[in-house]
Design a protein around this ligand. Sequence first.
Ligand code: SAH
Ligand code: SF4
Length: 477
Amino acid sequence: MATGAFRHPGGHLLHTALALKPRNPKGGCRLGELRKQGKYSILTPAMSPDSTQLVRLNSPGPDGGSRKPLFGLDAAALAAIMAECGEPVWRGRQLAEALYRQWITDIDAVTTLPQSLRRRLLERGWEPARPQIVQIFRSVDGTERYLVECPNRNPQDRVKGPAETVESVWMPEGDGGETGDELDPDSSNGPGWPRSGALDSGKRKLTPAVLHENSPVGPSKTRRGEAWNRATICVSSQVGCAVNCQFCLTARLGLQRNLTAGEIAGQVVAVLERHRVQVGSDRVNLVFMGMGEPFLNYANFMAAVRLLVRQVGLSPRRMTVSTSGIVPGIEQFAQEPPEIRPRLAISLNAPNNQVRGEIMPINRKWPIESLIDAVRQVPLRPRERITFEYVLLGGVTDRPGHAAQLARLVRRSGLPAKVNLIAWNPGPAIPYATPAPEAIEAFRSALAAEGIPVYLRLPRGRDIYAACGQLKRTLEG
Ligand code: SAH
Ligand code: SF4
């Protein structure tokens, strides 16, 4: 089902479908809760009868860029604004606290600042607005995909095309690859299948992680009526992507534009706020694996990471950035201090240059050898490993011999590494096939037999097009 029928390029989403009713009574409990808050209405059941789609009623919409967002500015920039207002620098710290710790979006709620100063900030065009979730697609497996609208987008940041919303994903209980988790993943799952039955989870009926409001509070979260012990947020770094991997739906968009630091960090804060995450005590991982190639938007991506670490208070050890293999970006990344450097994942996706060159044109510019050389420059922390992501494309990257070739490649790299296998998630008019479960298992066990730590990433939120490589669906219409 096309979801984009309800999406207008300017971000106004509302008027078409408010009369539609959910076909799915199961979604009722959660939808009812949201509706009571008066914030969301149901557009339509999403791609599967069990998944749901919500839309925010009070979507602000773009205002033409007349206001300047404070969210996204670092401590020095906030201090400079205060200095311009004739205020001491510690006022900048108060503002940072309001933006990044209290997640305040209304200047009048920043009560640590005198009212006169709040007025002066507004007069000078500053406002605390930040990206907001305007549409939610909820999967039967508890995964949520969001359209996040960014306020006051600077038209100069646009590479081409109209303004779009950005996509982010919330995965309660992670994705089986445990990417970005500070705890060694081996301790929770062990190499191999994360759980029995993971293979057929595309077809299997998954139990939604929804509890009633009055469910007893146990070790897992019950805020918002959900249950989760840990969660992973998948974050976008660009709208679209220029890298053109042949199997990826995002590639079909081309590059629309880079996201700013505030737009990247703002996705995270919007999702943290929605799930009432307590930073510092809740186990939340970030993966920069949404739309776009983070290392082709390097400065903004790293500025966002610095904000998330230094201001929001998240740990870089719980963050993983994935790159298709942008060698200069990896070299720059290797220079970042460990206290702000996320973990690194490389989308290897093929066991040799020939196959990789066919499915990832970027390999012709930076072949596997130069990629591995660059990765070797990244100084790893104790117990840290590089993740090699490997998308299994039926008949293309899962052939007999490919697993042994991949194992050799990983071993020869000399890197402490693990392999995350991802069964290809289909997209319209993309001419690949998802391998049969037996082929995936054969590949996994061949790697494991070679002594390579190997995980299978669960295909989360496939029914709402939230799985890897599927973040284009809404824009497509
Ligand atoms: N651009 C970055 C990060 C975003 S893509 C990168 O390529 O690494 C995140 C992961 O999704 C990558 O490992 C990519 O290979 C994988 N991917 C892309 N399309 C996919 C698809 N259709 N099915 C499964 N995985 C896919
Ligand atoms: Fe871009 Fe990553 Fe998709 Fe390749 S896999 S096109 S780099 S988003």
